[in-house]
Write a protein that binds this ligand. Structure first.
Ligand SMILES: Cc1cc2nc3c(=O)[nH]c(=O)nc-3n(C[C@H](O)[C@H](O)[C@H](O)COP(=O)(O)OP(=O)(O)OC[C@H]3O[C@@H](n4cnc5c(N)ncnc54)[C@H](O)[C@@H]3O)c2cc1C
Length: 385
């Protein structure tokens, strides 16, 4: 039997792989997507709470997320699928000197990139998020152009669009090996067979390292576990994503927002990180996060939690993605290490990689690729990763 041949193989039908396949196909590339799980978005994508912001402190992520926001915010108009996109903005709150100073410092960097973000004192911030506890509130930043959408709806919409454009997807099929000849990718081996291609995009998320190693490469991506939860839907009362960066024992920041259909969705960053691939939810997460949320926004005490879940962040040492061609294996493209921002980065990353693979980079693309290069010094940690 002859081996099927593709222009590009994308491993991973998740937050990054699905929009990458779609963008490649939009440029006329014949693509195969392979995923070990039974349907699109079953890795970390479905665990994301749906936050989408361009207000980072690193030029590359800002540019990629601006492109993503353009895709999310115009998708319904262009393709008619409802992604539950809501431009509610992001609020970072400050109740102490330390957070006020940090956020104001960061604001200078963010404004230097031209982002629409301002500092609001307590009185003004309470107009934006009236449910915040007023006692002790110093103020906070608000970026009105950020928003949220549904990760499952988005991944499914990108999948449908990719299929319409002729992308082939094979689910329940795990890539077990990368076939290379004289320093070039020539195909992959899976637990069900093999496929030929001279371009391979590793978009395997938390599982990307073993895939890279199957090609004789390595990539410093280490998964860690994060929990999240969702309430029953309630009448609209909260516009923006609220982020509280005050650390407490067991956790760094936590953040929550009211999704378009009314549910409050929330998440916490554990401290120290829980390294590994454990996706079983715990009984400690909900009491810890609920106490903090109710303290910050007392009316949340009346809202019932429906369920919690746990998923993986594919972390890099500096908190930024690893993107671009391998310097040692021709045809191999890294699209990994999305940390806690892979959902919001996905469409922007997909569009950039499609330009890279089809040799049609635009102004500014090389600067992004340099910043996120697989060969960079993975040293400095971004301020609000
Ligand atoms: C609780 C929580 C909340 C989050 N909230 C947000 C948020 O608000 N906003 C945001 O932007 N991000 C958020 N994230 C982070 C986001 O979910 C991830 O960064 C993102 O999903 C990673 O995308 P990915 O495409 O790299 O990986 P995934 O979406 O996991 O896709 C990788 C795919 O590769 C497949 N795969 C792996 N290895 C193989 C193989 N060998 N063969 C075949 N298939 C393979 C997997 O099955 C998987 O489907 C959150 C994460 C968690 C856990």
């Amino acid at each position: 039997m002859s081996t099927a041949v593709y222009d590009a193989i994308v491993v991973g039908a998740g937050s990054v792989g699905m929009p990458t396949a779609m963008s490649l196909a939009e440029r006329g590339v014949k693509v195969l997507v392979l995923d070990q799980f039974p349907s699109p978005g079953q890795g970390s994508n479905k665990c994301a709470i749906g936050g989408i912001r361009a207000t980072h402190s690193q030029a590359a992520k800002i540019k990629l997320c601006l492109e993503s926001i353009r895709v999310f915010s115009t998708w319904q108009e262009t393709h008619s699928d409802e992604l539950e996109w809501l431009r509610g903005g992001y609020v970072f709150v400050a109740y102490r000197d330390k957070e006020e100073a940090l956020l104001k410092d960061l604001l200078k960097v963010q404004k230097s990139f031209g982002l629409n973000i301002e500092w609001y004192d307590a009185k003004e911030l309470l107009k934006i998020a009236p449910a915040l506890k007023p006692e002790g509130l110093r103020g906070g930043t608000f970026s009105p152009e950020d928003g949220s959408a549904s990760p499952m709806r988005s991944c499914l919409a990108f999948y449908r669009r990719a299929r319409e454009l002729g992308v082939e997807c094979r689910f329940g099929e795990r890539v077990t090996g990368i076939i290379r000849r004289r320093g070039t990718v020539v195909g992959v081996r899976t637990d069900k067979g093999g496929y030929a291609s001279e371009t391979l995009v590793n978009a395997a998320g938390a599982w990307c390292r073993s895939l890279a190693q199957a090609g004789g490469l390595d990539v410093p991506v280490q998964p860690d576990s994060h929990e999240a939860g969702i309430t029953e839907p309630v009448a609209p009362f909260l516009g923006p994503m609220v982020v509280d960066i005050r650390p407490t024992p067991g956790a760094h920041n936590y953040y929550f927002y009211q999704h378009k259909p009314g549910q409050v969705i929330f998440c916490i960053t554990p401290d120290p990180p829980i390294v590994g691939t454990d996706r079983r939810e715990t009984s400690t997460f909900l009491p810890m996060v609920a106490r903090r949320m109710v303290d910050l926004m007392p009316r949340l005490a009346n809202v019932k939690v429906r369920r919690t879940w746990r998923g993986l962040y594919p972390m890099t040492p500096d908190g930024s993605p690893i993107l671009g061609r391998s310097a040692t294996l021709n045809g191999y493209v890294h699209a990994v290490g999305m940390c806690g921002q892979g959902y919001m980065l996905g469409p922007g990353v997909g569009a950039l990689l499609a330009r890279l693979v089809t040799d049609s980079l635009e102004d500014g693309d090389s600067a992004i690729l340099d910043e996120l290069s697989p060969d960079r010094q993975l040293g400095t940690v971004e301020a609000l990763k």
